[in-house]
Design a protein around this ligand. Structure first.
Ligand code: SF4
Ligand code: SF4
Length: 484
């Protein structure tokens, strides 16, 4: 028989597993942090939309786009840098530097990335600016949200979504320009002659930008992005975070009451409970409740509160970048101390410098000639009629220069071996000369044969050395000679 369900437990089971979304209507604000955000947004968007049109002369037969992901030719171009698929380790280095930079920012100034640089923040901010321009500031938008639909209101909604979609479409359009010659692709897109993939990607980016920045907004930061959780685990008591200085703000009271209390010599906090800091917050939280996962640390509540403090003649920075250590020190009447140089910041900075130096060194000393070797698997070796033993290898040569290179191939490790390249007569015995076209790879079959008189082990290490005859540049690859 089934156990009867306790009505209290039953009620608990019926509770929804998520909280309904509270609409956020951030109010416009002016101040230092707002100006920083406008500046970074302008710079970021200008770079994103215009960079594909920047040119870089790489000589004849090479693309002149400064930043280009060239999938058909399997290349990545970044100004003077040209990377081949074999050099994907540079991206690993770049990812390490990016991760450490994020950790360093966090250890010094909290979620700087989230508040000022993250694409989700930048595009959401842009979409809010459009919304404010068309529908008005916080109060008007709140009023309109619950109002009846009129022709004027319908026109406003249509105008807002049209501009949002235009920005989203432009965002997708700029994205595809990084994957082909931008001016050519723009012409092809305009005349509907571009590859289908370009239209598909523009469609995907238009949809994601419109949805994430126009509709999901702060929900992306709160529910989807993993960084707030990781950041919370990485922060420490010395990191600057946006903080309400409750020791100065409490007890909260109205301006009038605060003046009365102060005139009587009684304590009164600087916070006048005006809720301006909440009104401007893009995630709709009250920073006076302490550090919260939802806080992207954009600094707009600092601007709002500073404006209020200036109006009521109280010192600014009631909400400010502060550390846990300084909160505790102020409570004890001690002056603030700041420690930007501490083990974790030194470690993060050290890794950035080391990875940066390693990447720079690898870049400056990179070879324009590359070689890789694959041994035939079946059969591993062949015994010829005269008793000689032959191994076959596939050698892949890469010439990253913009001119044809003649490559001399030497096989070291078996002095008595004869090396022959299939399809080409050996010009110098044991050293085939192989022309490799400009900016191309070439695969050749190489046969290594030892005479019956030679004494060889079951497996003998071989070194394949490729030398550019003109420049003397060399590249090596290892393999084995299998005899039994
Ligand atoms: S803006 Fe400043 S004064 Fe107003 S509620 Fe927020 S903390 Fe208090
Ligand atoms: S609490 Fe302040 S810093 Fe945090 S998200 Fe809101 S406005 Fe930005």
């Amino acid at each position: 028989m089934n156990k009867p369900v306790n009505p209290i437990e039953f009620d608990a089971l019926c509770e929804p597993l998520y909280a309904p979304r509270k609409a956020v209507y951030p109010q416009s604000v002016s101040g230092t942090f707002r100006n920083i955000k406008w500046t970074l947004m302008g710079l970021g968007l200008a770079v994103y939309y215009l960079l594909p049109f920047a040119r870089w002369d790489r000589g004849p037969n090479a693309p002149s786009q400064a930043v280009l992901v060239d999938f058909p030719n399997r290349r990545f171009y970044f100004f003077f840098i040209e990377l081949w698929p074999q050099e994907v380790y540079y991206f690993t280095g770049l990812l390490i530097v990016a991760a450490m930079a994020l950790f360093l920012m966090n250890a010094i100034g909290g979620r700087i990335w989230c508040g000022y640089l993250c694409p989700q923040t930048v595009w959401t901010d842009l979409f809010y600016a459009v919304e404010r321009f068309i529908e008005g500031d916080r109060r008007e938008r709140m009023k309109k949200a619950g109002a009846k639909l009129t022709v004027r209101r319908g026109a406003e909604i249509a105008a807002k979504h049209t501009v949002w979609l235009f920005i989203a479409w432009w965002t997708g359009g700029a994205w595809v320009l990084y994957f082909a010659d931008a001016p050519t692709l723009v012409k092809e897109l305009a005349t509907f002659e571009a590859p289908v993939a370009a239209y598909i990607w523009i469609g995907i980016l238009t949809f994601t930008t419109y949805t994430l920045a126009g509709h999901m907004r702060e929900q992306v930061c709160v529910y989807i992005c993993p960084w707030p959780r990781i950041q919370a685990a990485l922060t420490d008591e010395w990191a600057l975070n946006i903080t309400y200085r409750y020791d100065r703000g409490e007890p909260r009271t109205s301006i009038k009451k605060a003046e009365e209390l102060r005139s009587r010599g009684e304590p009164a906090g600087d916070c006048v409970d005006c809720l301006q800091c909440v009104a401007v917050c893009p995630t709709g939280i009250d920073i006076r409740n302490g550090a919260q996962l939802e806080c992207i640390m954009c600094g707009l509540c600092i601007d709002a509160c500073d404006n209020v403090m200036k109006k009521i003649g109280r010192p600014t920075s009631l909400i400010a970048y502060d550390t846990d250590v300084n909160i505790a020190r102020r409570a004890q009447g001690k002056p603030p101390v700041y420690r930007f140089v501490r083990p974790r910041t030194q470690i993060y900075a050290g890794i950035i410098v080391l990875a940066g130096i390693a990447m720079l060194y690898a870049l400056l000393t990179r070879s324009y000639l590359d070689i890789s070797v694959r041994h035939d698997r079946n059969p591993l070796f062949v015994t010829l009629r005269d008793g000689s033993i032959r191994n076959a290898h596939t050698v892949h040569l890469l010439n990253k220069r913009r001119a044809t290179s003649t490559v001399e191939l030497e096989v070291e490790g078996l002095p008595q071996a004869e090396v022959h390249m299939v399809g080409q007569d050996t010009v110098v015995p044991g050293m085939p000369l192989i022309p490799v076209g400009p900016d191309q790879g070439r695969e050749v079959r190489v046969l290594v044969t030892v005479p019956p008189t030679a004494k060889v082990d079951h497996s003998t290490p071989l070194t394949f050395r490729a030398t550019n005859v003109a420049t003397g540049e060399t590249a090596v690859a290892k393999d084995h000679f299998i005899a039994r």
